[in-house]
Ligand binder design. Structure first.
Ligand SMILES: C[N+](C)(C)CCCC[C@H](N)C(=O)O
Ligand SMILES: O=C(O)CCC(=O)C(=O)O
Ligand SMILES: [Fe+2]
Length: 364
């Protein structure tokens, strides 16, 4: 492990430098000489002690240093995940949470969130097929993220908005709100059918088709990384625009989100977000001419992985079965359909989902 002296001085956890009640730094970092060196140092079995030129003594536990070193972070992952194709997910027989227990028992919520973090999708069954119950279920997990689609949405194929989601057409796999600077997490109830973590809940459906398609974007990206690392690198470095332009008399919106298709933490190359929406991808003018073709080649390889039939998990959402989707990881789509099909759901704020998970003791 390597530590810089200025870093060590900045991370002093003594009472005068750090308020352990608020977990906030008291020390004014700008007052530390950038060339500071301790005048004395000492180690015992568990601690390192440094005495600074002004006489101030800092004690670091060796465990704390190991946990917080760059070398330690580089080797560990921020969030454990199980990458899946249809077979892996089905064989895992991941249980759905049941509505009553989900609402009343923290252990049930914890199991639900654990599955959600591991697989990027999770279900709650037995939810009343109403907007209100969907909202109640969602609030157990997170704050609801209000967007230009509203807080809770209740949508059907009435073309009430300038987007293909509001039709009976098939939708190929995609992530939602790729045109936001920070895409939502989601939930769907098929009045219901749920999606950001998005919630989809299919409230009712009379007719044919309309199954939901789910694909683990991280599984596909991982194959690209292992087979063709230079393509993974392109997709994780080249910024791309996504755009939503709606021009209806009651709804005028123009959203632009810019960022790479694959988003990775720079210190360990761990993937944390995929933005993939070929419908909403905008003009590519952020890429130098000599890179454009290589980017398309990389994008094609990712698309081919995402489209492998063995990676497709098809589910028929029934009223009462709420689907939560980590919209930063799992792509969703749907079959075309006939008849009446109504879904309600909402977007979630990712910070608040992770907050709930951490509160329950999960690594997130
Ligand atoms: C209907 N509902 C509000 C859930 C989604 C509408 C968003 C559709 C958009 N093309 C996107 O992919 O973000
Ligand atoms: O109709 C569906 O099942 C989902 C449509 C969709 O992709 C969306 O609303 O984001
Ligand atoms: Fe969508």
């Amino acid at each position: 492990m390597h530590f810089d002296y200025v870093w060590l001085r900045d991370h002093c956890r003594s009472a005068s430098c750090f308020n352990s009640k608020t977990n906030q730094r008291n020390l004014d970092t700008a007052s530390v000489d950038l060339n500071i060196r301790p005048s004395k140092s000492r180690v015992d079995e568990n601690n390192l002690f440094l005495t600074w030129p002004d006489g101030h003594i800092t004690r670091y536990s060796l465990t704390w240093l190991a946990q917080n070193s760059y070398e330690g972070q580089k080797k560990s992952s921020v969030q454990p995940r199980i990458l899946w194709n249809a077979d892996i997910y089905s064989s895992a027989k991941v249980p759905s949470a049941s509505w009553d227990k989900f609402m009343s028992c923290d252990e049930e919520l914890k199991n639900f969130l654990n599955n959600f973090l591991l697989y990027g999708i999770a279900f709650v069954e037995g939810v009343p097929p109403t907007l209100e119950a969907t909202e109640t279920a969602t609030q157990r997990v997170s704050l609801i993220r209000e967007t230009m689609y509203g807080r809770m949405w209740n949508f059907t194929s009435d073309f009430s908005r300038g987007d293909t989601a509001y039709t009976k057409l098939a939708l190929d796999r995609h992530t939602d709100t790729s045109y936001f600077q920070e895409p939502c997490g989601a939930a769907f109830n098929p009045l219901f059918c749920f999606i950001s973590i998005q919630v989809f809940h299919c409230l009712r459906h009379e007719g044919t088709g309309g199954r939901t398609l789910l694909v683990d974007g991280f599984h596909a990206a991982d194959v690209v990384l292992r087979q063709t690392p230079e393509n993974f690198a392109l997709l994780s470095h080249v910024p791309i625009k996504h755009e939503y332009i709606e021009n209806l008399s009651e709804h005028r919106n123009h959203m632009i989100g810019i960022g790479p298709v694959l988003n990775v933490y720079p210190w360990n190359n761990e993937l944390y977000m995929i933005r993939y929406n070929n419908y909403d991808r905008s003009v590519i003018n952020t890429v130098p001419h000599d890179m454009v073709r290589r980017w398309y080649t990389a994008h094609r390889q990712l698309t081919a992985e995402l489209r492998r039939p063995e990676n497709e998990l098809w589910v028929k959402l029934k009223p009462g079965k709420v689907l939560f989707i980590d919209n930063w990881r799992v792509l969703h789509g749907r079959e075309s359909f006939t008849g009446l099909r109504q879904l309600c759901g909402c977007y979630l704020t990712r910070d608040d989902v992770l907050n709930t998970a951490r509160f329950l003791g999960l690594q997130a």
